[in-house]
Design a binder for this molecule. Sequence first.
Ligand SMILES: Cc1ncc(COP(=O)(O)O)c(C=O)c1O
Length: 285
Amino acid sequence: MALRLVRKYTGRFEVIALMRGYHGQSYGSASITGRGGMLREGYGPMPTGASFVPPPYTYRCQFCKGEACCNLGCADAAEYVIDTSTSGKPAAFFFEPMMSAAGQIVPSKEWIHRMVEICKARDILMVAPEALTCFGRTGKWFAFEHFDFVPDIVTCSKGLGGGVPLCAVVTSAEIADGAVAKGYMPFSSHAGDPLLCATGLANIEIVERDNLVENARVVGAYFMEKLLKMQNQYEIAGEARGLGLCRALTGGSSVSIVLMPVRLSTPGSWPRSPPRRTPASVPGP
Ligand SMILES: Cc1ncc(COP(=O)(O)O)c(C=O)c1O
């Protein structure tokens, strides 16, 4: 929906997205998902229009490797991609303020603010997909609030429905009305479904009533303390990171992840013939 919205509103079709970013498996969202392999293989060409820029992933960064701190080389590279691989004026930049599926990668404020500058200079809308991070899970209502910036469009799902399939694209009246005036139709069979919307509202009421945003902040800080302890204690541990209750502890670069078939409780039940996976030595996310 957000992809169609930015295209209709701006009249432009190119977009920028992050390598390693995840947006889903429909052709539209897969086209801005920065992952290859099994998510692309066998599905034919994706809709065109997306160019990918490096993520702000300091732990495994190619740009500031060996340097004491981030040099914003990934933001420079993003600008370079925009200016060399697009018309120079894409419609939008889709980026998760905290990259959830990529492994809870938290960018620096400096990176976000530099990307805001780059996008502003080219009239590129900033879209913050907050499927997983919305409605309190990071210790603030939205992950973008951690970085002192306000995106033009926010998308929400998991944290909005709290278990029921519900999503929303949130934007200003200017963008919403502007797109509708150009013929944008935000309809589908279940758009505005009263039952689902009531569930979403109830979910938000519960988050408010039980002070769950603050809870995510406080318990998340405790969780992080424990993860940091593990990071320092175990050689195989890489980086502890995340926001609120969305946290990760990665494997270090020399860790071997051995993929093994899982036997379910009933002998002989799935998987009958184990998936053939060779032990792989791969860096964690
Ligand atoms: C930011 C973001 N967008 C989209 C999705 C896709 O959700 P689904 O595959 O359930 O549609 C995810 C799932 O993790 C996500 O984190």
